[in-house]
Structures are given as C-alpha cells and as structure tokens.
Design a protein around this ligand. Structure first.
Ligand SMILES: NC(=O)c1ccc[n+]([C@@H]2O[C@H](COP(=O)([O-])OP(=O)(O)OC[C@H]3O[C@@H](n4cnc5c(N)ncnc54)[C@H](O)[C@@H]3O)[C@@H](O)[C@H]2O)c1
Length: 318
C-alpha cells in the first residue's frame, strides 16, 4: 500500500481517487480553494456535487495546510486548475517537499520575464524546486471515470520506469495507463487541444468540423515540434485522443459552437455559460503574447484566429 495525497477536490481530483483506492492505496484528498468541494468531501456522505456520485468511505479528507504537505506521502497528485499552479508550487517550496509529484492539470504558462512558454511541470519545478515531476494526461472525462467507464491515459516522465511505477500503483481494469518519455509533447498536446476543440466546435456542420479537426491536427503537430516535443505524440492519447473527447462534448466545444453561430466570446459567456470555466479561453489569453509575436502565423492560422476572436472579442471567422 502506498500513501497518496491528492491536492484538488474538484471533479478530476475526486474521480482520480477512485482507481487509487481500488488499488489498495491509502488515499487522502485535500482542497485548498473551493468551499463547495470542502463541504462535499468533509461530510460523512461524501457526495460529490460535480461528479454526482458518493465517494468511498475509505477516502480520507484533510484540511489543506503546510503541515499536511510535510506528512510522509509516496506520491502527491496535483489536480488543481491552471490558476492554482503557482499557489501550490509556492506551498510545496515553503514546506520543502521532496515527494514525487504527478500533475493532472492541463495548460501552459507564459513567463513574462523571459518571454517563454513553460509547461506546467516546468513551471511547477521552477516555483517549487521539486525535481521528480510526472504528468498524467489523455482523454478522461471525470464523470465517466467516476462511473468506472473504461478510460485510457498516458503517464509521462523522462524516466519511463518511474512512469510505469506510478501506472502500477493507480491503474485498474477500467483505468488503463500508457507511458511516454515525451513529457513536453504530452503537456503541450493536452493543453492546446482545449483551443482546438473550441475551433472544431465552431464548425456548424459535421463536414466543416471534420475539416477543422484535420487542420487542427496539422497545427498541433507543428506546435508540438516547435516546443521541442515529439511530433508523434500528437497522434497519441494526449493529442488526438483528448481532442476527440473535448470536441465531441465539453465546455470548450460548447463555447466554440456559440462562436461559430456568430456570438462574441463575452456575449456567449454571459448569456449561456456564466458559471463555466472555459479552459481554452484561459489558455488563449495566457499564451497570446507569445503566439502572436513569436510564432509564424501562416503555420497556425486557426489558433491565431481563435486567439484574436477571444482577446479582441470579435466574431469568429471560419
Ligand atoms: N489529466 C487528466 O486526466 C485530466 C482529466 C480531466 C481534467 N484534467 C485537468 O484537471 C484540472 C482540474 O479539472 P476539474 O475538472 O477537476 O476542474 P474543477 O473545476 O472541478 O476543479 C478545479 C480545482 O482547481 C481548484 N482551483 C480553481 N481555481 C483555483 C485557484 N485560483 N487557486 C487554487 N486552486 C484553484 C479548485 O478549488 C478545484 O480543486 C484542469 O486543469 C483539467 O484540465 C485533467
């Protein structure tokens, strides 16, 4: 049995505890930010309001604190959304944590000072000082995982053996793991698919969306290589696999659909999705200074078009 701490009691962090517990690990979850998730996880029933399932009684909930981070764990899992990454990096540094980390968060960071794009693991390594960081990505809707529908994900670490060690600790019959050494490629693909799923969602017919899907893959390949990942990773679970799920359903493609209908981002958000986080929007704003200045626009016309649509709040042109 291994001791696992999951930081982030949202939909994904909570769903992730299910295969971990089934693998007979000792699993603790903590939530640093949301009162709603703290309430869900700390009550006896453990009914999760986003997943609409009762979580196992074996799941331990502990209040987030520096002392909790200092406890002995074999693995710390980060399941916060993008805005929580710098916060948790600092907390890990302050508590001098050396435990291996597994990151579920999808996204990229723009470092203003050096004018560079960093992956989440690079950013976390920089802020926290932690060295052994693995990432887990791929097509995984938290609600489906919570219902134990079969899900396949990829774990990436420069040491493939370490990635496999994590896989052994967490995989089940319904939660299957693949492995990769291409940490950058896996992280880049799993982030930018949020933008491309919005673009595919904007196609107002299957024919148009299929065309946008194919063009998106070409751009994803280009960007993965540009950021020094392996082009082939685009065709794996973190790339085309995750793009399919996000384009077929989910908040990004839903927003894309409104953009395709001619709404501006702000109007669509206000009218149809006022309480939803649209991760593709967060990412578009985060990386826009880099993409618009540094990348050859003729290589990524769809991404440039979507970024401009969002930051200038203009109508999307297909
Ligand atoms: N790797 C995978 O298989 C996989 C699958 C689905 C989602 N995800 C990723 O996991 C992350 C969380 O997704 P989710 O569906 O659980 O979202 P959610 O909205 O249900 O939960 C978000 C989590 O982030 C925390 N958070 C939000 N803003 C924060 C802030 N400013 N500071 C600190 N914490 C903050 C929330 O409290 C909560 O714990 C996202 O990045 C998502 O893309 C990964």
């Amino acid at each position: 049995m291994k001791r696992i701490l999951v930081i982030g009691g949202g939909a994904m962090g909570s769903a992730f505890t299910i295969p971990c517990l089934e693998n007979k690990n000792d699993v603790t979850i903590t939530e640093p930010y949301s009162k709603k998730f703290i309430r869900d996880l700390s009550t006896k029933k453990k009914f999760h309001s986003a997943l609409k399932v009762k979580l196992s009684k074996k799941l331990k909930f502990k209040k987030f604190s520096k002392n909790l981070l200092r406890e002995r764990f074999d693995l710390i899992v980060i399941a916060l959304s993008l805005p929580g990454i710098d916060f948790i990096g600092k907390e890990l540094k302050d508590s001098n944590v050396k435990t291996p980390i597994l990151v579920l968060t999808k996204g990229l960071k723009y470092e203003k000072k050096s004018k560079r794009i960093l992956t989440i693991s690079e950013q976390l390594r920089k802020v926290s000082g932690t060295r052994n960081i693995s990432v887990l990505k791929g097509p995984c809707l938290a609600k489906e995982l919570a219902r134990k529908n079969q899900t396949s994900v990829v774990i990436a670490n420069k040491s493939i053996n370490f990635a496999k060690k994590i896989g052994k600790r967490i995989s089940t019959k319904y939660y299957l793991t693949e492995f990769s050494k291409d940490v950058i490629g896996v992280e880049v693909c799993s982030a930018i698919k949020n933008i491309y799923s919005m673009i595919i969602g904007a196609g107002q017919s299957l024919n148009i969306s299929s065309n946008l899907f194919q063009k998106s893959i070409i751009e994803m390949k280009y960007l993965t290589k540009y950021f020094k990942g392996n082009e082939e990773t685009t065709l794996g679970l973190a790339g085309i696999g995750d793009l399919y799920v996000s384009a077929a359903g989910g908040r990004n493609s839903k927003m894309g659909n409104y953009l395709g209908k001619g709404y501006t981002f702000k109007n669509a958000k206000k009218k149809f999705m006022p309480n939803d986080t649209v991760e593709g929007e967060q990412l578009a704003r985060e990386i826009s200074p880099f993409v618009l200045k540094k990348i050859d626009k003729s290589k990524v016309p769809l991404m440039v078009n979507l970024i401009r649509t969002i930051i200038k709040n203009k109508k999307f042109k297909i």
